[in-house]
Write a protein of this length. Sequence first.
Length: 204
Amino acid sequence: MSHVIASIEDLEALYGQPNAASTVKEAARITPQYRALIEASPFVALATSGPEGLDCSPRGDAGQVVVIQDETTLLMPDRRGNNRTDSLRNIIRDPRVALMFLIPGLGNAMRVNGRAIVSVDPDLIGRLTVEGQAPRSVIVITVEAAYFQCARAIVRSDLWNPDRFFDAAQLPTAGQILQTMSQGEEGGPDYDAGWAERAGRTLW
């Protein structure tokens, strides 16, 4: 284990200190420029922590994925999903959250760290209802840190280049994975064939 970095001192000796551009960008609120980035994002990864471990959940919506209530508060509707409620269970027991917003076509990502609660306030539920479908709950996030992430990772991955998109036919489908994992009790070709229709009925 002699090659393991096991102390902050060793880590700092290896990497040095961050430059000014890496630190001056951090704010304890949503600035007007950061508001523009967040409002342009239809997708965010929500990271949470709980007694059973960590969770990172994809969240997406038509238009912006969260609503900015004020410069320190974000509202995230909990749209229909798989009902595992991993993120919500974690938030109830450990309010710390981290979010990474992606903006299609943009190299920079937007990051927010803070604390969250799970709310069923009727006013919030009504405000975030879409096409007559209300979210079951709303994740209310109090912002503690907000900053943009530089574009290197997205540039390296060539994430938005359509020429790099995978051919779905070359990858396992959800139905195939479920069929394998359940020893044939779930999934299969019928699951895949009906997915688009199911999703259309239960999107919100």
